[in-house]
Design a protein around this ligand. Structure first.
Ligand code: GLN
Length: 284
């Protein structure tokens, strides 16, 4: 038995961090993220210790995760985490993986909350992992944030994220407006609803295949839930209230029309990092 630089005994046949990464047939960044999680060590540590042997238990768990990744499972589900607005959100296959595009919606929400002032009431419809609601609550602690979801499993993930990150969010269960208490009124409603058309081939590609269908598609043309939310929202908004929705790259014109028809004024859109109109909203 040899001795590693760290002083541990190296069992015959054990493979080093470098060898495991070379053998797993994954992009370097991905193998490093998986090993970093399994070993509980940062990337820099892995680089400095790449000739250390992998403990047998870690090696076999790494092989399992690497195989699942090669078969297509999203990194966020394998790691159980995804960063959003600078916070680490726990994610499971019960929730959509938070995307950088959605930060545009949070940033717009925060601008609206700054305008509305302390005590504003916010509703995040279809919260999933809670990424939007929790990020808003953390950045605007004087706001009252409520978050809904039709999936009990998703709500459990969102609640846990709020608890772990120290955000105060009220969670309610149910389908869109049916989740709300009759007398509840809000100043700001935000939502990243399912907006992928049922026939979109992109539902059968990449990470999206592993995400909850009900969070991705309305089972129709991709605008059905957006229509329901826009039509229902005025009854739940205080005067001067505002609604902002995330939508698909090609839906901005249609969503602005839907918002105008529902009675919203000053309807406009904002672009994501790629310069594509990604959220649209308006005011009562
Ligand atoms: N942005 C996601 C995608 O393109 C869809 C999210 C959603 O429907 N809300 O896969």
């Amino acid at each position: 038995m040899a001795t590693s630089p760290g002083g541990q005994a190296v069992p015959a046949g054990a493979c080093s961090i470098r060898e495991a990464m070379a053998a797993c047939d994954l992009p370097r960044l991905e193998s490093r993220m998986l090993l970093s999680e399994l070993l509980g060590r940062p990337h820099a540590w892995l680089v400095a210790h790449d000739s250390d042997p992998l403990p047998a238990g870690v090696a076999s768990r790494f092989e399992t995760l690497a195989r699942r990744r090669r078969e297509g499972e999203p990194m966020a589900y394998l790691l159980g985490m995804r960063e959003f607005m600078g916070h680490e959100f726990h994610v499971t296959p019960a929730v959509l993986i938070p995307r950088p595009d959605t930060e545009v919606l949070v940033e717009q929400g925060l601008r609206e909350l700054a305008r509305l002032g302390p005590g504003a009431r916010v509703l995040d419809m279809g919260t999933g992992s809670g990424a939007i609601a929790v990020s808003l609550a953390l950045a605007a602690p004087q706001a009252h944030v409520t978050a809904s979801d039709a999936s009990a499993e998703a709500l459990a993930v969102a609640r846990e994220n709020a608890r772990r990150l120290g955000a105060t969010v009220e969670f309610v269960a149910g389908d869109w407006f049916a989740a709300l208490q009759q007398e509840a009124r809000y100043d700001l409603i935000v939502s990243n609803p399912p907006y992928v058309a049922a026939a979109d081939p992109h539902l059968d590609q990449g990470d999206v295949r592993y995400e909850p269908r009900m969070a991705l598609t309305d089972g129709a043309d991709g605008l059905a839930d957006i229509r329901s939310i826009a039509a229902g929202a005025p009854a739940w908004l205080n005067p001067g209230g505002t609604l902002w929705l995330e939508h698909g790259w090609d839906q901005a014109v249609a969503v602005r029309e839907i918002l105008s028809e529902a009675g919203f004024r000053q309807v406009n859109s904002h672009a994501d990092l790629a310069g594509i109109d990604r959220i649209s909203g308006g005011y009562l």
